[in-house]
Ligand binder design. Sequence first.
Ligand code: FAD
Length: 384
Amino acid sequence: MSSAVAFEPFTEDHQAFRRTVREFAEKELAPHARAWDQAGQFPRALFRRFGELGLFGIRHQAAWGGSALDYWYVVAYAEELVRSRSGGLGTAMLVQGEMATPIIGELGSEEQKREFLAPALRGDKIAALAISEPDAGSDVASIVTTARRDGDELVINGSKMWISNGARADFLTLAVRTGEPGHGGISLCTFPTDVKGYAVGKTLEKVGNQASDTAVLYFDDCRIPARYLLGEENQGFFHVMTGFQGERLAAAITAVASAQLLLDGAMAYGQVRRAFGRPLGSFQVWRHRFAEHLAAVEAARWLTYRAADLFNRKETAVKEISMAKLVACDLVQRVAYDCMQFHGGMGYVVESDVARAWLDVRALTIAGGTSEIMKEIIFKLVGS
Ligand SMILES: Cc1cc2nc3c(=O)[nH]c(=O)nc-3n(C[C@H](O)[C@H](O)[C@H](O)COP(=O)(O)OP(=O)(O)OC[C@H]3O[C@@H](n4cnc5c(N)ncnc54)[C@H](O)[C@@H]3O)c2cc1C
């Protein structure tokens, strides 16, 4: 008799929650996705709507407005969020609940949780995670934005680049240099953006994720209380790398769900679009292409679920998360390419979901750690 136990991460409660998010994404978000892309942003009021629905606080502590649920709710949320058909909106919302704020929940003081975390979970304040700089993206250890101590204040000078939610953020979870060059001299802090000397530079025009603002930020002698340091001084590199795990896992989940949605859409299209007297989907070359992709997506999904399971149990998952991000984010590029090809001319028209998805998913192998950086991490951990 086998002693194996079936691994089914989603309970009935998870699935009920999934249905709620799906309905919300399909009815309230997807119909506007194209218009938000054209406008270059979605309405600010949506942050509050997500807050009301509890979507920012899924795994956050109840004391600060969270629901203290397990990570499988986040998986279900991120999977369904792709049905908004807006990669930009998905990025913005995942930054708010899953990237900029978990670290405040873990390391923040009571004051930081009251001032930054709680309003962010309600959607009253917009959060951004500001790590990358014009000359330091992959190489986080070389950031040069400094925070000098002056009495009980920090004086911040420098700039940040490619910051999602950056143009309208009310506060930043900000990486600064407080000590020696290299990874040992970096700290994190919470930074309110109404401070004198802070300026949003240009909002970057991107090829996809149009509805998400991605900004350049400037700091000119910005003074904040030193008690806004997040976690231990000069331990920021370690905290950034820890925080990256949630970000990379969210990217892998998004990539798998996007690939599945693209394939489902293409197969449905293949039943109605006809050429040479037959439905497109009846051509064996496409059936085989889709079969290969469906199998690869299933493999990527279970690699991602393996990483999510470890993450959910708060076990070390750097190897699994890096592998999942690498595999899923690379895979969705090929899936999007083929699904676009399958749609022919319509695939090249920006009003089609497949064209916008092709543009949106492109960011997944770059943001939050590139595929090359994932390979570096994986080889360091398991290579020889
Ligand atoms: C849409 C979008 C949203 C973003 N949002 C945020 C955000 O909210 N907050 C934030 O802080 N940052 C954000 N970023 C920045 C993002 O994290 C960086 O762009 C990314 O980490 C890569 O850094 P880089 O652009 O400086 O590329 P570089 O580090 O200059 O790398 C350029 C190329 O060289 C390769 N490379 C670098 N090092 C190595 C190596 N050791 N071996 C082999 N190849 C290597 C890279 O893989 C890449 O292909 C965002 C980026 C995008 C595109």
